[in-house]
Design a protein around this ligand. Structure first.
Ligand code: SAM
Length: 253
């Protein structure tokens, strides 16, 4: 997957060199390209923002600079040079579509993502209107709070999407067992996990996990997922698809 990120703080993305994402880049699974937005600024100070029309506090990012930056990146085409397939443009904003595991899976199927993280009060709205008529543009929120800038949101989205790409995780099963994974785990939280030693500070690992009985362990894990979801996020249970529930699940609920 190719990922382009245009930002006034490209250095913010250093963590993408670390751990799973770093390995995915080394192996060529993730091709991340960082661009300094100010390279497209026209004045000597490399200004990218201006005062908002209508007044009010804060500054707004200028449309012509974003426009030129996005045009230049899109014109580079996909790695294979197939410019007929434009990127999916993802604009982080608190007013966007909530980012969920389902959206992460949707993005993981894309060959090319372009992120436009903003600062200040955000990007002039005409930029999203302009590219909305040419590219697929998603305004996306990572939660109901306000960050200082979109870079942290991009890190979150790239990591959630990147770990879903084939070959990134060693054990593919762990993706389908994860909290929120579409299918059996949709709208469920994963239950507790344990490792050795079997007793730590007097606290024992649940006996069933030491039994070696795979069927019973799977059942226990599922029951724990229901229990934890009921305790921590009861509102998720209302969204469970009854088609994914078996008779035992229904009894636990
Ligand atoms: N005044 C804006 C509002 O209330 O919607 C917030 C601007 S915020 C200070 C600057 C930038 O941070 C946003 O344009 C966006 O790129 C990013 N941002 C802040 N919170 C975010 C969130 N919850 N999800 C995604 N991006 C966010």
């Amino acid at each position: 997957m190719r990922v382009d990120i245009i930002s006034i703080f490209p250095e913010y993305f250093a963590p993408l060199d670390v751990s799973l994402m770093g390995k995915a880049r080394d192996r060529g699974i993730l091709d991340i390209r960082l661009h300094q937005l100010r390279d497209w600024a026209r004045d000597i100070h490399k200004t990218v923002d201006d005062t908002p029309y209508g007044g009010g506090p804060g500054m707004v990012m200028k449309p012509e600079i974003w426009g030129e930056a996005i045009d230049a990146v899109v014109a580079q085409g996909r790695p294979e040079g197939d410019v007929s397939v434009p990127p999916r443009m993802i604009v982080p904003t608190p007013s966007g579509r909530p980012f969920t595991q389902e959206v992460a899976l949707e993005y993981a199927r894309e060959p090319w993502l372009l992120f436009t993280p903003a600062r200040y009060e955000g990007i002039d709205s005409r930029v999203m209107a302009e590219y909305g008529s040419r590219l697929r543009v998603d305004e996306v929120s990572i939660g109901d709070y306000v960050l200082a800038g979109g870079e942290a949101a991009v890190l979150v989205i790239v990591e959630a999407v990147g770990r879903l790409l084939p070959g990134v995780l060693g054990n593919a099963c762990s993706v389908s067992d994860d909290s929120f994974a579409p299918g059996a785990m949709a709208n469920l939280l994963e239950g507790p996990v344990y490792t050795k030693p079997p007793v730590w500070r007097g606290r024992e690992v649940p006996e069933i996990l030491l039994s070696g009985h795979h069927g019973k362990i799977a059942r226990w894990r599922r029951d724990e997922a229901f229990r934890r979801t009921l305790e921590k996020r009861p509102e998720l249970l209302a969204r469970l698809d009854s088609g994914t529930l078996d008779a035992h699940d229904r009894r636990v609920l």
